[in-house]
Design a protein around this ligand. Structure first.
Ligand code: GLC
Length: 561
């Protein structure tokens, strides 16, 4: 790269959900040694850093997002020595490990909470948030994210404790400086072990003010984050990413300020919430308002340019699979998976690939609620049944939005359990693994895997993806997502058909993409060059085929491309 941007602006981050990635010991749960076995696959894809979902000691009420020891590894994933080996082996392949820090809450089985519950005088009592009261009359009507009240009664203390997530995830009290110091100690422990960075779970919720019913963006939020960053991350060349569901542009600029006073980048969700009925829950979905999606992404592209940094993602462990959500996971699975990748990776920001996305893995439809493991799904199912929803409708919500869609085991090959485990997998394998799996895609140069690999390398070789301006084209068009990136005389056109129909596209002609005598455009030596394309033959000059996507490059007259 000929510019001075920090390394992580041009990096590819691959997210691993360890439970579901690779099991090495046959207990049906993925583990650290399993990840080591697959490092060459990741290096081949072009991965620079792995975001590892939590592997700390945990009762696994929320699959590790409920930590009972911040400085140890849960036996289900391995040992501290296995973690050290993973960091070392990944490092040898140029891959850094980004750990997931869950600092808003701990597990109720953390020694701090066990102590805190013993008495009001206990030194750890003030590590959590308590309110006096009487049974069955919580301090207010705040709800927990996974259902029920955000307050749980502890009879021994005659007090309620506050939890924004499950009852087993009590919120830590960040106003208490002793809590903050303990947390910094744990982070510095991992920095010394050589981890390459951190993802900060629901970081916008740490400064909650339950009496005022404030969850995210509390008054002391940025003060806390700046102190956290000074005491830990700023000591090394670390990549940090703040998960913030409640971020607007102004907050995002603070989170990702180029002076590094908070994090490297923000991970915000505005674009991922557009197919939810306004004011309702995520389970109440509506068709994607496509024009809104484009405008939303355009806003983030333009407003952070030069003064902040965004994460680019469609998928993670909390979201359904993008090819099922906004693509077509049936006859156009391959085309639409590639199209979605093209649109995303063409933008400014650091791209994230969630395990299996690079294979075009899809959502799953299990027949019965018993086959689902996620606490959020199970609680919602129970609550909605009690409220009188039809079971069929609840299941449809799960099929569309449930987190287990993203958590089915990684599909490595077409052997039993997709090569994920020799035991019984903790969550069922998606039955389409015989068709969709890594082994077959590695052998097929037209696969989704090879397309991702090409796209990832393209970004690394062309700094325009990092530095270029962004201009949305055809903003009101209901079918086409197109934009231009521009930097020092170079221009890229990203054009994509978001539908399963052939659609008119005036841009190719305008861009001077040449047509041969059959009416097909050819990439000839007239200043335009085709960089990547998800169909094998050239496009017509006027139309884009179902889910067709491509990136063209154009240089100013006289400039070599
Ligand atoms: C974040 C995590 C999610 C977890 C929640 C509580 O949103 O991504 O998986 O359940 O925080 O820690």
């Amino acid at each position: 790269m000929e510019h001075n941007a920090p390394w992580w602006k041009n990096a590819l981050i691959y997210q691993i959900y360890p439970r579901s990635f690779q099991d090495s010991d046959g207990d049906g749960v993925g583990d650290l040694n399993g990840i080591v076995q697959r490092l060459d696959y990741l290096a081949d894809l072009g991965v620079d850093a792995i975001w590892l979902c939590p592997v700390y000691r945990s009762p696994q009420d929320d699959n590790g997002y409920d930590i009972s020891d911040y400085c140890d590894i849960d036996p289900v994933f391995g040992t501290l020595a296995d973690m050290e080996r993973l960091i070392r082996e990944a490092g040898q392949r140029g891959i850094r490990i980004i750990m997931d820090l869950v600092l808003n809450h701990s597990s109720d089985e953390h020694p701090w909470f066990i102590e805190a519950k013993k008495s009001r005088e206990n030194p750890y009592h003030g590590f959590y948030i308590w309110r006096d009261g009487v049974p069955d009359a919580p301090p207010n009507d705040m709800k927990a994210c996974f259902g029920g009240s955000a307050w749980t009664w502890v009879p021994e203390l005659r007090q309620y404790y506050f939890h924004q997530f499950s009852v087993k995830q009590p919120d830590l009290n960040w106003d208490n400086s002793a809590v903050r110091q303990q947390i910094y100690g744990a982070i510095n422990f991992w920095i010394k072990k050589g981890v390459g960075g951190f993802r900060l779970d629901v970081i916008d919720q740490i400064a909650k003010e339950p009496d005022l019913k404030i969850t995210n963006n509390g008054p002391r939020l940025h003060e806390f984050i700046q102190e956290l960053s000074r005491e830990t991350f700023q000591k090394g060349d670390l990549i940090t990413v703040g998960e913030a569901w409640g971020a607007d542009i102004d907050r995002a600029k603070l989170y990702s300020k180029p002076d590094g006073s908070e994090f490297s980048m923000v991970f915000q969700f505005e674009h991922m919430m557009l197919d939810q009925e306004p004011g309702k829950e995520k389970w109440d979905f509506c068709p994607l308002p496509f024009v809104k999606l484009k405008k939303c992404l355009e806003k983030w592209q333009k407003e952070l340019h030069g003064c902040g940094w965004n994460s680019l993602f469609w998928d993670n462990h909390d979201l359904p699979r993008i090819v099922s959500r906004w693509g077509n996971d049936r006859e156009y699975r391959v085309e639409s998976a590639k199209m979605l990748a093209t649109v995303l990776h063409g933008m400014e920001g650091t791209p994230y690939v969630y395990q299996g996305e690079e294979l075009g893995m899809t959502n799953v439809r299990f027949d019965s609620i018993e086959q689902y493991q996620d606490i959020e799904i199970r609680n919602m199912y129970r609550e909605r049944l009690e409220k009188g929803y039809a079971e069929k409708d609840i299941m449809e919500s799960i099929y569309a939005k449930g987190r287990d869609n993203a958590r089915t085991p990684m599909q490595w090959d077409d052997t039993e359990n997709a090569g994920f485990t020799t035991g019984a997998p903790w969550l069922g394998v998606n039955p389409n693994y015989t068709e969709i799996n890594a082994r077959s895609q590695l052998q097929d140069e037209n696969s989704v895997f090879h397309y991702y690999k090409k796209l990832i390398h393209l970004r690394k070789e062309n700094s325009i993806f990092v530095d270029g301006d962004f201009t949305l084209l055809l903003p009101e068009d209901e079918n086409i997502f197109a934009y231009v990136r521009e930097y020092e005389g170079r221009k890229l056109l990203v054009a994509a058909n978001f539908t399963d129909k052939e659609v008119e596209c005036p841009l190719l002609k305008e861009w001077g993409v040449p047509a041969d005598e059959d009416g097909a455009a050819k990439s000839r030596d007239n200043g335009v060059k085709l960089l990547i394309h998800n169909y094998n033959n050239l496009p017509s000059q006027q139309k884009l085929r179902p889910y067709e996507a491509m990136i063209w490059e154009k240089a100013e007259t006289g400039t070599e491309i």
